[in-house]
Design a binder for this molecule. Sequence first.
Ligand SMILES: [Zn+2]
Ligand SMILES: [Zn+2]
Length: 191
Amino acid sequence: MTYIYTYAEIHAHFETIPSSLTLKQMAPILLYNNFIITPVSGYLLAPYFSGLINLPDSRLIVIKELALSLLLSGLLFTVAHLLLHTKIGMKNIHYVHHQLKVVDGLGAFYAHPIEHLFGNLLPVYISLMLFATNLVTYVLFIIIAISNTVVAHTEFENKIGGKHNIHHKVGSYNYGFMPYIIDRLIGTYRN
Ligand SMILES: [Zn+2]
Ligand SMILES: [Zn+2]
């Protein structure tokens, strides 16, 4: 994984990064991502979310669609995150999210808008477009996805086995999210 930009390299280039951010410092990006990027992208892609108004034929279908959506979104998120850790990705985009050395629930949405759109939202959108055929899957998957990313940015994640805080401290481990399937497969999981 030598092409990956590590935490030490991040700081060699961004020595002025503050150790933690206040809500006031985070607010402009949080507001822009959550009130412009997310609703506008969701609105523009709404015609492609087929099945959103259907009810499921059975619970089994919902479980199957949730499992497939979680697997695919986890894969896409991890690939996007690895690309963001290349030198170009880190210098221009991902350094914003890594200003957070200490995890913070709101920090889940503190990222460069390009990262928020392509790294956070797109894996969810693509998974829903491909697998979700009913309203219950959409609602449950969005609840799970948002809860997962917020919890991943709190110390509570440690208590339930998650390790995204290590990614913020060390940089070159735990690129995915719970249960870190891709990281375990490619050897970048650290407990
Ligand atoms: Zn993070
Ligand atoms: Zn990262």
